[in-house]
Design a protein around this ligand. Structure first.
Ligand code: RFL
Ligand code: PHB
Length: 390
């Protein structure tokens, strides 16, 4: 088989890249290690920047998003028993975010790809990129016990943090930057109305908490937890008691509780690999970088990466120019590092760290107090939260 571009990974970055390229007539095949149902069973991001929404509109995958997504003009920060609203819309001069689950984004992109008759091979085992340092790269994979080969011009590594693409590059050719945080997030989904119509990010001496949602009847809640905690340690009752203790009284008393139907623990990490191009292999999304979820940036960075990459590939096929391909890594990394900084800062300000004690708590409260009382500081937060331009 032959395709102009082979995309490894059928998460949001691979699927969006496939549709952006399809719009310009560039052929792609997508390979994923797992099944479509497995991918759609993963519960992840919930907040989309306007830039991400625009890209989904551009590829014709935003109809349901506009019907079912919840536009949010602000969110609240709580600390020291008080709640403060950050007016995203007012502070940024008219920008907002859209609350719409990653699962739904992925579903819509898969439907768009299928409707266009484009090829995705799920449950492709042992996917391996080859010869990407030369002019004739190819990818091999196994399916039903048979080994297949796809020759191509370029390989897009959109296979997430644990994927094969980044690991195929010799260690000496990449530099990695990493910070692992000493805690995780325990998240639940429950069929209960959200405690507020906007998100609430809570700083509390017992640890961080986040009240988010998937719809007006479905809540997504998180609490910071120790890394060695197991999901089995957390009954629903324990979860509800803990999150209510971390919120101001008026919020806690308004919270509707109920049985959870999903519960998982995610570790928090900041990670960047440089560069994002190795010959004819390009990395995008979580394959190249991870941010802690506090700033809601992971999926949005995946979208800006593949926008840059699609522009570069389209320029190559249309104008026979490699300028965009040569500039891809630096262009993407410049936006990525700003989001890495923002996510690290939000994480540092909002979580309880085991080694900073009560002093650390007071410093966080002072920073939060400054943040909500200074228009300049609130504006910087709002500008980053809605997403820097690209
Ligand atoms: P994905 O989604 O991990 O998809 C990668 C795909 O590659 C496949 N794959 C392979 N295929 C073939 N061969 C191999 N060897 C392969 N190895 C892996 C996988 O099966 C998978 O289908 O990466 P992608 O597309 O780059 O997308 C990135 C986003 O998923 C991620 O950044 C976000 O989920 C992060 N994130 C959030 N981002 C936001 O923008 N806003 C949020 O509100 C937000 N909240 C979150 C989050 C991530 C979380 N967790 C669980 C990590 C909340 C949480 C709790
Ligand atoms: C979510 O709804 O899953 C979510 C929202 C905001 C975040 C992280 C996750 O910062």
């Amino acid at each position: 088989m032959r395709s102009q571009v082979v995309i490894i990974g059928s998460g949001p970055s691979g699927l969006l890249l496939g549709q952006l390229l399809a719009g310009a007539g560039v052929e792609t095949v997508i390979l994923d290690r797992v099944s479509k149902d497995y991918i759609l069973g993963r519960v992840r991001a919930g907040v989309l920047e306007e830039g991400t929404v625009k890209l989904l509109e551009k590829v014709g995958a935003a109809d349901r998003l506009h019907r079912e997504g919840l536009p949010h003009d602000g969110f609240s920060l709580t600390f020291d028993g008080r709640a403060h609203r950050i007016d995203l819309f007012g502070l940024t001069g008219g920008s907002r975010v859209m609350v719409y689950g990653q699962t739904e984004v992925t579903h819509d992109l898969m439907d768009t790809r299928e409707a266009a008759g484009l090829t995705t091979i799920y449950e492709a085992a042992n996917v391996q990129p080859h010869d990407f340092d030369g002019a004739n790269p190819y990818v091999t994979y196994e399916k039903d016990g048979v080994t297949h080969r796809i020759d191509c011009d370029f390989i897009a590594g959109c296979d997430g943090f644990h994927g094969v693409s980044r690991k195929s590059v010799p260690e000496g050719a990449r530099k990695e930057f990493e910070r692992v945080y000493p805690f995780g997030w325990l998240g639940i989904l429950a069929e209960v109305p959200p405690v507020d119509h906007e998100l609430i990010y809570a700083n509390h001496p017992r640890g961080f908490a986040l009240c988010s949602m998937r719809s007006n009847t479905r809540s997504r809640y998180y609490v910071q937890c120790p890394l060695d905690d197991k999901v089995e340690d957390w009954s629903d009752d324990r979860f509800w008691d803990e999150i209510r203790r971390r919120l101001p009284d008026e919020v806690a008393s308004a919270m509707v509780t109920g049985p959870s139907f999903e519960k998982s623990i995610a570790p928090l990490r900041s990670f960047v690999t440089e560069p994002m191009r190795f010959g004819r292999l390009f990395l995008a999304g979580d394959a190249a970088h991870i941010v802690p979820p506090t700033g809601a940036k992971g999926l949005n960075l995946a979208a800006s990466d593949v926008y840059y990459l699609s522009e570069a590939l389209i320029e190559f096929y249309r104008d026979k120019s490699e300028a965009g391909l040569d500039g891809y890594s630096a262009r993407a990394l410049s936006r990525i590092w700003k989001a890495v900084r923002f996510s690290w800062w939000m994480t540092t300000m909002m979580h309880r760290f085991p080694d900073t004690g009560d002093f650390g708590q007071r410093i966080q409260e002072a920073e939060l107090d400054y943040l909500v009382s200074s228009r300049a500081a609130s504006t910087a937060l709002a500008e980053n939260y809605v997403g820097l331009p690209y």
